[in-house]
Ligand binder design. Structure first.
Ligand code: GUN
Length: 291
């Protein structure tokens, strides 16, 4: 039987509508409009599209956004100066430095320089530490978006074996960290697999929930998927001008119980969670992880 398609686009639209109501209520109470500053360095076309989509989503939700575009040859010090200005600007609640950054800039130095209270990506080490300890301030957008997809499609995560393929700081590591927490929508038994894992295919085939975040087109084949597993595809790979995920969609969807498409699965959820974090930042509150 073919898998249920998890419609991330529709779920993200619902979340954005909920957030628009919350943003309007917050504005009515406080007079404050949440404001995101997006920083885009260089002219990577894919990054420009992502940032534009994030800004459009802000606009639709009643969140202000300002784009700071810097040349590809911007120095690390110039970028750090801008981040420091934004850190000091009381009208800016969230700061997002779109990755990847040009090679002359050390990404970690920039991510570390963002004020932890404005770190709507959830990349600052203080915020990663808070997640590890189960008291999050900002949840990283893609893992949080995936958790919301699971919650809102009624997938039982408690006690489930969740296998994460990939160990990036943006997706793989925080995904596992989030799902192992003692919390609603988590409590999973987590296994990380990566490029040095010996028997990755066999481990993946034991997953109740398989999260593919390795950045290799069509890497996950039907043999790596347990019947009726939930398969979450984080990959966005461009192959012959077509976007494909990390999962070989057609054969895997014959085996899986549910699967996210690319595009229209995880991507829109990442943006919805960025909006949620921007509202959280404006409120100056810690993250509400319940929904
Ligand atoms: N590049 C790819 N994904 C992301 C993301 O979630 N946040 C930022 N800042 N850059 C990215």
């Amino acid at each position: 039987m073919a898998a249920t398609i998890i419609d991330g686009k529709a779920i993200a639209a619902t979340i954005r509508e909920e957030l628009a109501v919350d943003v309007a209520a917050f504005h009515a109470d406080s007079g404050i409009t949440p404001h995101l500053a997006a920083v885009l360095v260089g002219d990577d076309p894919a990054s420009a599209v992502y940032v534009r989509n994030k800004q459009r989503a802000c606009e639709k939700t009643g969140i202000a956004s300002t784009l700071h575009r810097l040349d590809a040859d911007t120095s690390q010090d110039q970028l750090l100066d801008l981040v420091n200005q934004l850190n000091a600007d009381a009208d800016i609640h969230g700061i997002l430095c779109q990755l990847p950054l040009p090679e002359q800039i050390r990404e970690q130095a920039v991510l570390d320089s963002v004020s932890p209270d404005k770190d709507v990506d959830g990349f600052h080490p203080e915020n990663v530490g808070l997640i590890a300890q189960g008291r999050p301030r900002f949840l990283p957008c893609t893992p949080h978006g995936i958790q919301q997809l699971l919650i809102r499609t009624g997938v039982e995560t408690s006690g489930a074996h969740l296998v994460v393929l990939g160990r990036s700081d943006i997706v793989g590591k925080p995904m596992g960290l989030l799902m192992v927490q003692k919390a609603e929508g988590a409590n999973a038994t987590v296994t990380f697999c990566h490029s040095r894992t010996r028997n990755l295919a066999e481990i993946a085939a034991t997953a109740d929930i398989l999260v593919a975040a390795i950045g290799r087109p069509n890497f996950v084949t039907a043999e790596m998927v347990k019947p009726v597993a939930v398969v979450i595809d984080v990959g966005i790979n461009r192959v012959d001008d077509k976007l494909v995920g990390d999962v070989d969609f057609d054969p895997v969807s014959e085996i899986a119980g549910a699967i996210t498409p690319v595009p229209g699965g995880v991507g829109p959820m990442t943006i919805a969670m960025l909006l949620k974090n921007t509202l959280t930042a404006a409120r100056g509150l810690h993250a509400d992880t319940s929904g």
